[in-house]
Ligand binder design. Structure first.
Ligand code: HEC
Ligand code: HEC
Ligand code: HEC
Ligand code: HEC
Length: 168
């Protein structure tokens, strides 16, 4: 019962972390690791400027920690460039296994983050070059990758029959 064993391990980890009050310092797995299970979110993200944020920097600027802190904040520590899934949702090491992801509470206990307006403002602040002040509601619409994701989810739910699906 390998799956059950690893579930117990995650549960013990979650419990230990919540008792110690420690934040989860989980490794990043990279956006490709999310793609298999969240293809719609991945495609939408790929169309966004976040997916290419590091490319806006010149070669010299790509070595400048001041620029990287917003354009590619996890490059040095995690080897993952640009503003990626895990920059916003937290490192996926512990939450991305399917059996954890299906349990919304457990996933959050082991590091899944719901990005807040405050998190956006860490980067979209007075020192970013935009002439317009950051508008959270408008900006959220511009990075929407959850609507296609939810459409896919309800389609999956409707197609799910009580009988096990036949292999094609
Ligand atoms: C093995 C498949 C799998 C992988 C890999 C995976 N997920 Fe998930 N994820 C799921 C499932 C299943 C759900 C539950 C909702 C659903 O059915 O779509 C979910 C839910 C989520 C949610 C919504 C949680 C909620 O309760 O609202 C977020 C955010 C998320 N995943 C982000 C990620 C990110 C970021 C990565 C990559 C680091 C990732 N996932 C990798 C399968 C996966
Ligand atoms: C700039 C920050 C940011 C990045 C980058 C990002 N997300 Fe999100 N994501 C959000 C926010 C904010 C929400 C919640 C939006 C809402 O519910 O209004 C969200 C919601 C989701 C959901 C929830 C969908 C549901 O069913 O409720 C999934 C799944 C998800 N993101 C996966 C991903 C994946 C996979 C990537 C990378 C390919 C990614 N996200 C990149 C900020 C981000
Ligand atoms: C780690 C820093 C970081 C975080 C966190 C972040 N962003 Fe960004 N965002 C950027 C950078 C850098 C760019 C510019 C990318 C480029 O073009 O080089 C950008 C670009 C954008 C753009 C496109 C702006 C344009 O002029 O077209 C939108 C919209 C946006 N972000 C929304 C959000 C929202 C909403 C959140 C929070 C859920 C968020 N961002 C969180 C760094 C961040
Ligand atoms: C505090 C976070 C932050 C820092 C630090 C930062 N940027 Fe940005 N940068 C942004 C955001 C956010 C945007 C997107 C435009 C906007 O909404 O302000 C952006 C946009 C840009 C763009 C325009 C990209 C486009 O698509 O048109 C360039 C070029 C750029 N930044 C270069 C730099 C350089 C060079 C540095 C280092 C000297 C730097 N940035 C530091 C947040 C930051």
């Amino acid at each position: 019962m390998r799956a059950r064993g690893s579930w117990l391990l995650s549960f013990a980890l979650a419990l230990a972390l919540s008792l110690s009050g420690a934040a989860v310092a989980a490794d990043f797995l990279g956006p490709e690791s999310c793609k298999g299970c969240h293809p719609a979110a991945y495609e939408a993200w790929m169309q966004s400027k976040h997916a290419r944020a590091g490319d806006s920097l010149s070669e010299t600027q790509q070595k400048d920690a001041r620029c990287l802190s917003c354009h590619s904040p996890d490059q040095a520590s995690q080897g993952v460039s640009h503003v990626t899934c895990e920059t916003c949702h937290g490192g996926g090491q512990y939450y991305s296994p399917g059996y954890v992801m299906k349990d919304a509470e457990l996933a959050r206990l082991v590091g899944l983050v719901d990005p807040s307006e405050k998190a956006c403002r860490n980067c979209h602040d007075a020192s970013s070059p935009s002439l317009k002040p950051f508008n959270f509601v408008e900006s959220l619409k511009a990075i929407d990758h959850w609507s296609p994701e939810r459409t896919g989810k309800s389609a999956r739910a409707e197609n799910a029959s009580p009988e096990p699906a036949k292999k094609k």
